[in-house]
Design a protein around this ligand. Structure first.
Ligand SMILES: CC(C)(COP(=O)(O)OP(=O)(O)OC[C@H]1O[C@@H](n2cnc3c(N)ncnc32)[C@H](O)[C@@H]1OP(=O)(O)O)[C@@H](O)C(=O)NCCC(=O)NCCSC(=O)CCCCCCCCCCCCCCC(=O)O
Ligand SMILES: Cc1cc2nc3c(=O)[nH]c(=O)nc-3n(C[C@H](O)[C@H](O)[C@H](O)COP(=O)(O)OP(=O)(O)OC[C@H]3O[C@@H](n4cnc5c(N)ncnc54)[C@H](O)[C@@H]3O)c2cc1C
Length: 648
C-alpha cells in the first residue's frame, strides 16, 4: 500500500464505514451491495481486457456477450431486486453502457407505464425474457427536441384494423436510438397518429423490426448503425426507416389513449402522459450525475494524494499535489457537489416514484412540478458534473489523459447526458415555464406547494420587488446560506417574469417575448435548481446523528454553498470575506479528502482507473497497463516502412 495513501487514511477525523453505510442507507445494505459486487469481481467471465484495446466491432460484440452473461448469471443467482440488479450491472459495466441498455432503461419502463393490462399480459413475458429485445425510437434526423413536429406517421386502416407506419421523408428517419442498429428486434416508435382522416399527435407503438427467429430486418424495415461517435462505442445507436409497415391495432400503447376498431379515437386525461418515460430517465440521470462526479473525484483526489510534484518550500521534498491550495480549490468544491448530488439523486428518485404513484391512481395534479423538477435538475446536475469530470482529468496532469486513468471514458460516456433525454437548455426553459406560471399564481395570492413555495414566502415577507432587497448572509451558517439562495432564486424568477412582461408591453407576440427573455429564463431555472440542491444538502445534514460525519459533511455543504456564491457573485451581494472563508474550509477538508472519496466505496474494478487505485500503486500499474497495449504485442511493427525509407 502506498505510504502516502495510508497516512491520508490515518489522518481522517471520521469513520468512512459509517458514512458509506449512510450513503447506502444502512450497514446491511452496504454488506449486501458489496456481496453483489464481489459476485462480479470474482467471476472470471467478467475479467476481460480493457475495451480501449479493442476495435469498435470487438467492443460491441463484447458488450452483447456481457449483457447476455449478466442475464444468465442474475437468473442463476436469483437476484431480482431492481436495486441489486443495478449494483450487479454497474460493477460489470464499469464505466461503459451496455448493449441492452435501452431495453432496460426505456423499452421495459414504457411497457410498464403505457400498456393496458391486456397488452402487458402479451408483451411483458416476451420483453422480460428477452425474446422481444427493444429500444425507444423517438428522435428523427430532422427533430430531436421539437417532438410535436416528428414526421413518422401511424395511419389507422379500419378495414384491416391495422396501423400503417411510414417515414415519409429523409428527415423523418428515426436516428440515434440506442441498441437500434444491430441489437433490437422491436422498437417503441413515437409517431403522429392519424385515424378517420384526423391527426391526434404523438403516440407510442410497438413495432417489430427484426425477425425473432433469424434477426433479419422485416419487410419495409431499413435498419442499421449510425457509425462511430464521441463515445458510447459499445452501443449500436441506429437508424430506422419504415415503409408501409403494418402492425395490429393492439400494438398502439393504449393505457391512456385508445383507437377503437372502427377508428374512433378516445383521448387521454393528459396528452403529456406519452412523454412519461422521458421524465423517468431525466429523474434517474440526476443520480448518474452524482455517480460520474463522485467516481471522478475519487480518482483525482486519490491520485493527488500520491503524486508528488514541484516544490512548495526550497530544499524540501516535493509535496503531495493535494497540498496545493489551487489543487484543493479545483477538487474539493466538486467533491462537495458529488455529495450534494448524491442526496439530490435520492430525493429525485423518491419524488418520481411518489408522484407517479399518485398518477397511477388518476391524480395528475403534481405532474407539472415533476416534469419541471426532473427537467431542471437533470440539466443543472449534468452540466455541473460534465464540467467537473474535465476538471478532475486536468487535475491529474498528463496521466489524466491516458485511458487507463478512467477519466476519458467517464467523460465521453457521461457528456451526452447534457444532450439526450432533453437538451439541457431546452430543459431549463421548460422549468422556467413552470416557474413563471407559479410566480404569477403567487402574485395573485394563490398558495403554492413543493419546491416553489418560496415564491409565496417572498411575496408575503415584503411586497416591494424582491430584487431591491439586500442579501445579508452569515457565511458560517448553512441555514443563512440557504436563505440567500432562496432569495436569489426568487429575485431571478421575478426578473425573468418582469422581462417577459416588459417584452409583452412592447406588443410583440408571446412567443417572441419568450424568446427575447430566454437568457433571464434560463438563469432563473438555474438559480431555482441551485437553491433546491443547497436546501436538500442542508436538510440531509439534519438526519445525520454521527457527530464526526455530520461535521465533515457540514464543512462540505458550507463549501458547496459559498463556492456557488463566488461562481454567481453577480447575483449575491459581493461578500469579500467569502474567499477567506473558503480558504479556511479547504484547510479543514484537506485531512479528510481521501476518506471522503473512500466513503463512496468504489471497488477498483468499477473505478477502472490505475490513478484511482485503492492501494495508490499508480506507476507500477500504469507500466503494466501500457505493456498490454496491442501495439506492444510485437516488438517491431513498421520495420518494412523504415526499410523502404532508409533505402531511398
Ligand atoms: C418538452 C418539450 C421540449 C416541448 O414539448 P411540447 O412542445 O409538447 O410542450 P410545450 O413546451 O408547448 O409545453 C406544453 C405543456 O406541456 C408540459 N409538458 C411538456 N413536457 C412534459 C412532460 N414530459 N411531462 C409533463 N408535462 C410536460 C409543459 O410543462 C407545458 O405545460 P403548461 O402548458 O401547463 O405550461 C418536448 O418537445 C420534449 O420533451 N423535447 C425533448 C425530447 C427528448 O427528451 N427526447 C429524448 C429522446 S430518448 C433519449 O434521448 C434516450 C437517451 C437514453 C440514453 C441512455 C440512457 C441512460 C440511462 C441513465 C439512467 C440510469 C437508470 C438506471 C437503471 C438501470 O441501468 O437499470
Ligand atoms: C448518446 C445519445 C443517445 C441517444 N439515444 C436516444 C434514444 O435512445 N432514443 C431517442 O429517441 N433519441 C436518442 N438520442 C437523441 C437525443 O434525444 C436528442 O439528440 C436530444 O433530444 C436533442 O435533440 P437534437 O439532437 O434535435 O438537438 P437540437 O434540439 O437540434 O439542439 C441543437 C441546439 O438547438 C437549441 N434549441 C433547440 N430548441 C430550442 C428552443 N426551443 N429554445 C432554445 N434553444 C433551442 C438547443 O439548446 C441546442 O443548443 C440520443 C442522443 C445521444 C447523443
Amino acid at each position: 500500500m502506498n505510504p502516502d495513501i495510508c497516512r491520508e487514511r490515518e489522518n481522517a477525523t471520521f469513520n468512512t464505514e459509517t458514512l458509506t453505510n449512510m450513503l447506502d442507507g444502512s450497514a446491511e445494505k452496504t454488506r449486501r451491495r458489496r456481496e453483489i459486487e464481489s459476485l462480479v469481481i470474482n467471476d472470471p467471465d467478467f475479467q476481460h481486457d480493457d475495451p480501449n484495446f479493442m476495435s469498435r466491432s470487438e467492443r460491441y460484440d463484447a458488450a452483447v456477450k456481457k449483457s447476455s452473461q449478466m442475464i444468465m448469471k442474475l437468473r442463476d443467482y436469483g437476484i431480482s431486486d431492481p436495486e441489486e440488479i443495478y449494483f450487479y450491472k454497474r460493477t460489470a459495466r464499469r464505466t461503459f453502457h451496455e448493449a441492452f441498455g435501452l431495453h432496460y432503461t426505456m423499452f421495459l419502463p414504457t411497457l410498464y407505464s403505457q400498456c393496458t393490462p391486456e397488452q402487458q399480459k402479451k408483451w411483458l413475458p416476451l420483453a422480460e425474457n428477452f425474446k422481444a429485445l427493444g429500444t425507444y425510437a423517438q428522435t428523427e434526423l430532422g427533430h430531436g427536441t421539437h417532438i410535436r413536429k416528428l414526421e413518422t406517421t401511424a395511419t389507422y386502416d379500419p378495414s384491416t384494423q391495422e396501423f400503417v407506419l411510414n417515414c415519409p421523408t429523409v428527415s423523418s428517419i428515426k436516428w440515434w436510438p440506442g441498441g437500434l442498429g444491430k441489437t433490437s428486434n422491436h422498437a417503441i416508435v413515437l409517431a403522429q397518429l392519424y385515424t378517420l382522416g384526423k391527426c391526434h399527435g404523438l403516440h407510442a407503438f410497438i413495432v417489430p423490426i427484426r425477425c425473432m427467429k433469424t434477426h433479419q430486418p422485416l419487410p419495409g424495415v431499413t435498419v442499421g448503425d449510425i457509425g462511430p461517435k464521441f463515445g458510447f462505442e459499445e452501443v449500436d445507436n441506429g437508424y430506422l426507416k419504415l415503409e408501409n409497415v403494418r402492425i395490429p391495432r393492439e400494438n398502439m400503447l393504449m393505457k391512456y389513449a385508445q383507437v377503437e376498431p372502427d377508428g374512433s379515437y378516445l383521448k387521454p386525461p393528459s396528452d403529456k402522459l406519452t412523454y412519461g418515460t422521458m421524465v423517468f430517465i431525466r429523474a434517474m440521470i440526476v443520480g448518474e450525475s452524482a455517480r460520474a462526479l463522485s467516481k471522478s473525484c475519487t480518482i483525482a483526489i486519490r491520485y493527488s494524494a500520491v503524486r508528488h510534484q514541484s516544490e512548495l518550500r526550497p530544499g524540501e521534498p516535493e509535496p503531495q499535489i493535494l497540498d496545493y491550495q489551487a489543487q484543493q480549490y479545483k477538487l474539493f468544491p466538486l467533491l462537495a457537489a458529488a455529495y450534494a448530488f448524491t442526496f439530490v439523486g435520492q430525493y429525485m428518485s423518491d419524488t418520481y416514484h411518489r408522484i407517479t404513484g399518485h398518477i397511477n391512481q388518476g391524480d395528475f395534479s403534481q405532474l407539472p412540478e415533476l416534469h419541471a423538477l426532473a427537467a431542471g435538475l437533470k440539466a443543472f446536475t449534468t452540466w455541473t458534473a460534465n464540467a467537473g469530470i474535465e476538471v478532475c482529468r486536468m487535475a491529474c496532469g498528463g496521466h489524466g489523459y491516458l485511458c487507463c486513468s478512467g477519466l476519458p471514458d467517464i467523460y465521453v460516456t457521461f457528456t451526452p447526458t447534457c444532450t439526450y433525454e432533453g437538451e439541457n437548455t431546452v430543459m431549463m426553459l421548460q422549468t422556467a415555464r413552470f416557474l413563471v406560471k407559479c410566480y404569477r399564481q403567487a402574485r395573485e395570492g394563490q398558495q403554492l406547494s413543493g419546491t416553489v413555495s418560496y415564491l409565496n414566502e417572498q411575496q408575503r415577507l415584503q411586497p416591494q420587488p424582491v430584487s431591491s432587497r439586500p442579501t445579508v448572509v452569515n457565511i458560517n451558517d448553512l441555514a443563512s446560506l440557504v436563505e440567500a439562495y432562496k432569495l436569489r432564486a426568487a429575485k431571478l424568477v421575478e426578473v425573468a417574469a418582469k422581462s417577459l412582461q416588459g417584452e409583452l408591453q412592447r406588443s410583440i407576440s408571446q412567443e417572441d417575448a419568450w424568446n427575447n427573455s430566454s437568457i433571464e429564463l434560463v438563469r432563473a431555472s438555474d438559480a431555482h435548481c441551485h437553491y433546491v440542491v443547497v436546501e436538500l444538502f442542508a436538510a440531509k445534514l439534519s438526519e445525520i446523528s454521527d457527530t464526526a460525519v455530520h461535521s465533515v459533511l457540514n464543512t462540505l455543504a458550507l463549501l458547496y454553498a459559498l463556492h456557488g456564491i463566488t461562481l454567481n457573485s453577480g447575483d449575491f451581494l459581493q461578500l469579500s470575506q467569502i474567499t477567506q472563508r473558503i480558504k479556511a474550509l479547504l484547510v479543514e477538508i484537506r485531512p479528510n479528502a481521501v476518506a471522503l472519496v473512500d466513503s463512496f466505496d468504489y471497488n477498483d474494478e468499477m473505478l477502472n482507473s490505475v490513478l484511482g487505485r485503492y492501494d495508490g500503486n499508480v506507476y507500477e500499474s500504469m507500466f503494466e497497463w501500457a505493456k498490454r497495449s496491442p501495439l506492444n504485442r510485437t516488438e517491431v511493427r513498421s520495420f518494412i516502412i523504415f526499410n523502404i525509407i532508409q533505402k531511398k
